[in-house]
Design a protein. Structure first.
Length: 68
């Protein structure tokens, strides 16, 4: 079963895309807490953020730093 994030990444659910590369996907939240509230998710489906490899977690944080 695909997660909602996988469905967004594959275009099955519409979004306003901010950034995409081979490892992660970034888009605006549909329920923002602040103007510009952006989510960055790995393209690899995981059950828990703690299951991310150190390299992928570092990559996601660097993407977040660069899209601010």
């Amino acid at each position: 079963m695909s997660s909602i994030f996988t469905k967004i990444i594959h275009g099955e659910i519409p979004c306003y895309k901010i950034y995409e590369d081979k490892l992660c996907f970034s888009f605006l939240s549909i329920d923002p807490h602040n103007l510009g509230h952006t989510l960055i998710v790995p393209k690899e489906e995981i059950g828990n953020i703690l299951d991310l490899s150190d390299a992928l977690m570092t990559h996601i944080f660097l993407v977040g730093k660069n899209i601010l």
